[in-house]
Write a protein that binds this ligand. Structure first.
Ligand code: NAD
Length: 502
């Protein structure tokens, strides 16, 4: 297995992209550090509210022409963008690994998923169609048309620096809107690379803007009178208290996809080998930094005696720990590595503090990810290995809180009803999985569980670009979701025309 060449030479001085121009910011700058090597790979501007406003004004000015550009011509720009993304696929993927830390295969998966958003949005001439009915009364016809609204803001999280803003931007632009994207300042390089390609693809000036920064840009966005709607992906406190509430106060549309604490339920008839294989990518993929990652594994004793449940639980946990302990850790550019570092030191420290908490709360540390074996000569600061706790009760903070790292909690429930109760007692509702051979149990699970994305014998219930990315309870604030038809509806107003000719 090869160690791949690093695509970033030296330190990139990132800029904002506003009105078709690359511009410097008057604000501060922040280092972007590769968490595997702790080397600075870029410096990102922390832009001001005024700089964000300039981008909004540029987008507002570009909007009338872009709106009048036929949907098919808008789609052709996206076809070109898709082609350019394909041509640059490997470089785009390696950049994600460098700025985020994930393995190269995880990055390639992320690039693929991002490109799929662009592909689906190219269907806009059909996706955006309205509908009509003749003779709603004698000689009177009625029809519904979908119209774009203007300028939308998009705020990205750190964990999928390439893909997440693409859950929204291609659909917003395809429907005739203009966008201003604020990437996560922790790993903003991917969004800068995408907008370079958008420029090359012929997307006109002012349509697709990027303003780098942090809270000040978010604040300016959610309060801005010319922003029609905001798409946010990130933690619950920011999504709910900053984005959803303030967008509501200023009458904006909102998609706020937020935090998670996902459960996987294993029924006694599950195929243990396949369940554990699926759990490895679900619990430890992206180093546990996925909103769809499972974190709590519940073995269910439906139809079993207490002793049989203990034996079943023991078999699954043994297989889980055995597989987890064999995951190789190191730099994501080393193709033999299965798990990279956490995004930065503070995130690693946060995960370590939860491991301490779990021990204090009385859970049994079955697999200790502290001080893991790391392949290659790398600074250990951001690395935490797969960690497994046993004897976890649902009220412990390790079972309740989003740890966002490679920490798995092993639990037991007497019945499926009890397991569903555990899921419902948790404030989040992003995703849940059931592993079973029984259609009856699977149906009961999908019917009752209050989570937006359900996996049946699937560890990561990630919706494709042509389905909405859902979420419930503290995991989602808003109405319509990103991706597919729902995104088209989010980015358009439905106007109804009722018409009679004398
Ligand atoms: P975060 O909330 O810290 O940051 C998200 C964005 O908000 C970033 O662009 C950041 O610059 C900005 N921000 C941060 N603090 C802010 C503040 N106080 N005021 C204004 N803006 C602020 O989230 P993160 O750490 O980047 O991402 C991880 C979180 O995202 C996790 O909770 C994860 O579950 C969630 N997530 C959810 C989904 C989903 O679809 N539900 C997908 C991916 C990630």
């Amino acid at each position: 297995m090869a160690i791949l060449e690093d695509p970033i030479k030296g330190i990139l001085e990132l800029q904002n992209y506003v009105d078709g121009e690359w511009v410097d910011s008057e604000g501060g700058v922040k280092d972007v550090v590769n968490p595997a090597t702790l080397k600075t790979i870029a410096r990102v501007p922390i832009s001001t509210g005024e700089e964000f406003d300039k981008a909004v004004q540029a987008a507002k000015a570009a909007y009338p022409d872009w709106r009048q550009t036929p949907p098919l011509a808008r789609a052709r720009c996206l076809f070109r963008l898709k082609e350019l993304m394909e041509e640059n696929f490997e470089e785009l993927s390696r950049v994600q690994t460098m700025e985020h830390g994930k393995t190269i295969d995880e990055s390639r998966g992320e690039t693929r998923r991002g490109i799929e958003m662009v592909e689906v949005a190219t269907g806009i001439p059909t996706l955006m169609m309205g509908y009509n009915l003749e003779d709603i009364a004698s000689g009177i016809d009625e029809y519904l048309i979908r119209q774009p609204l203007g300028v939308f803001g998009i705020i990205g999280p750190f964990n999928f620096p390439f893909m997440v803003p693409l859950w929204f931007a291609p659909f917003a632009v395809a429907t005739g809107n203009c966008v201003v994207i604020k990437p996560s300042s922790e790993d903003p390089i991917s969004q800068v690379k995408i907008v370079e390609l958008a420029e090359e693809a012929g997307i006109p000036e002012g349509v697709w803007n990027v303003v780098n920064g942090g809270r000040e840009v978010v604040s300016a966005m959610v309060d801005h009178p010319d922003i029609k709607g905001v798409c946010f992906v990130g933690s619950t406190p920011v999504g709910r208290d900053v984005v959803y509430k303030r967008c509501g106060a200023t009458g904006k549309r909102v998609i706020a996809q937020c935090g998670a604490k996902n459960f996987a339920v294993v029924m006694p008839d599950a195929d243990i080998e396949r369940t554990v294989a699926s759990c490895m990518t679900s619990f430890f993929g992206n180093t546990g930094q996925r909103c769809l990652a499972n974190a709590n594994l519940v073995m269910v004793g439906e139809g079993l005696s207490e002793g049989e449940l203990d034996a079943f639980y023991g078999r699954v946990v043994d297989a889980f720990v055995d597989a987890a302990s064999r995951i190789s850790i190191g730099s994501g550019l080393d193709e033999s590595v299965q798990m990279g570092p956490l995004r930065d030191r503070s995130k690693a420290q946060r995960v370590l503090s939860y491991i301490e908490k779990g021990i204090e709360e009385g859970a049994t540390l079955r697999l200790d990810g502290r001080n893991p074996v790391i392949l290659g000569d790398l600074p250990p600061d951001c690395f935490v290995g797969p960690t497994v706790f046993e004897n976890v009760s649902p009220d412990m903070s390790i079972a309740q809180d989003e740890i966002f790292g490679p920490v798995a909690m092993m639990m037991k429930a007497r019945s499926l009803d009890e397991a569903i109760g555990m899921i419902h007692d948790n404030p989040f509702g992003n995703a849940a999985s059931i592993f079973t051979g029984s259609g009856k149990w699977a149906r009961e699970f999908q019917y009752r569980v209050e989570c937006g994305n359900i996996g049946v014998n699937i560890g990561i219930a990630a919706p494709m670009a042509f389905f909405p990315f859902s979420g419930m309870k503290d995991s989602f604030f808003g109405d319509l979701h990103g991706q597919g038809q729902e995104a088209v509806r989010f980015f358009t107003e439905s106007k109804v025309v009722i018409q009679r000719w004398f």
